[in-house]
Design a protein around this ligand. Structure first.
Ligand code: FCA
Length: 345
């Protein structure tokens, strides 16, 4: 375990005593399974719960989790947990079925405290992936192990890519606006779209021409509806730049632009995930979907399982916060990059 500077083993011991005595210690993770600190020699069973099993991103996470299960010899239980009820029932089932832990992308980050309480009661270790739990105080639950993307940085790369491509095409700011598909209820989504907007402004784009299209649902119909509303309100904009929290958000906007007859060459759209846009990039005729920040589904699917297995088996606690990076893919390089990253053969 990596200790913060100035945090000596003696203090750790002190925390342990405090904990055993019923006190608290902020340095102690919420989900260090109650009771046993060491490992287990039992067969290892790990659950992998995702909020949107229909999304290619989550299917790919599962694919890499399956690879980890085969390589590292543990049983994997994949569960589509699309609402709070399903999440809580799944935790009960995992516990009853002899699992020792689970990785989860929760359908609602505010379920964090309930998930932690249930996991603790069932003596299950957990790692949150993609979407960080939010506590009762509205703040991220930093004591729950988490692996997610460097959301702000990746969002900034989207903004920089849009600005660079706009410049390359010689577009004027006066005839251009941004359609930013937002979902501020989810912290990682807000960080991404805020990062994209700020980077556009830093590149000289006027902030007042960055328009938000807030979605009600995080799927293509949800994004289509939100974008279409915005486009209807702004009939005079000639050219559009499009960003959003993921490929799905951006694809909905691209379809809305097409629906309103905006020519393909008059819009530049950049997504995030790089997994839900492959069909789009493979289309023989280019659309306005220019590219995407490819995330590492392998880190999110394989590494989370590997860390959890080691925690269960050998008592080796993973880092509390792990962040992953993104790589721009476009029509030019996506086949090569996807191959290099083991996403495609
Ligand atoms: C969130 C999004 C997913 C993916 C993931 C890393 O959960 O909903 O599409 O971007 O973060």
């Amino acid at each position: 375990m990596k200790l913060p500077a100035g945090f000596r083993p003696l203090q750790l011991f002190g925390c342990l005593i405090l904990l055993l005595g019923g006190g608290g210690c902020t340095k102690t993770p919420d989900t260090a399974a109650a009771g046993k600190a060491g490992g287990t020699s039992q067969p290892i069973k790990i659950g992998f719960l995702v909020k949107q099993p229909e999304e290619p991103w989550f299917q790919l996470e599962w694919k890499f989790a399956e690879k980890a299960a085969a390589d590292l010899k543990f049983n994997l239980v994949k569960i589509g947990a699309t609402d709070g009820e399903k999440v809580l029932a799944a935790i009960d089932n995992l516990a009853a079925g002899g699992a020792q832990g689970f990785v989860i992308c929760t359908p609602d980050t505010k379920l964090g405290p309930a998930i932690v309480a249930k996991a603790k009661a069932a003596n299950l270790k957990l790692i949150a992936v993609d979407d960080q739990f939010i506590g009762a105080d509205g703040q991220p639950m930093k004591n729950v192990h988490y692996l997610g993307i460097s959301a702000r940085k990746i969002g900034e790369s989207v903004g920089q890519t849009l600005a660079a491509e706009m410049k390359k095409r010689g577009w004027k700011a006066a005839e251009t606006a941004v359609c930013m598909v937002t979902f501020d209820e989810l912290a990682t989504a807000k960080e991404r779209t805020d990062g994209a907007s700020d980077a556009l402004v830093a590149a000289g784009f006027p902030r007042e021409k960055i328009f938000r299209a807030p979605v009600r649902t995080t799927d293509i119909p949800g994004s289509f509806e939100a974008s279409n509303t915005l486009l209807t309100q702004k009939p005079d904009v000639k050219r559009w730049l499009v960003g959003g929290m993921n490929d799905t958000a951006v694809l909905g906007a691209v379809r809305a632009l097409e629906g309103r007859g905006v020519p393909v060459e008059n819009a530049i759209a950049v997504g995030i995930n790089g997994t839900d846009c492959i069909v789009e990039l493979e289309k023989a005729k280019p659309t306005s979907f220019y590219g995407s920040m490819l995330l590492s589904a392998k880190e999110h699917g394989y590494k989370t399982c590997e860390m959890l297995r080691q925690w269960i088996k050998d008592g080796v606690e993973p880092p509390l916060d792990t962040r992953t990076v993104g790589t721009l893919i476009t029509r030019e390089n996506f086949r090569q990059v996807l191959k290099e990253q083991g996403v495609r053969d």
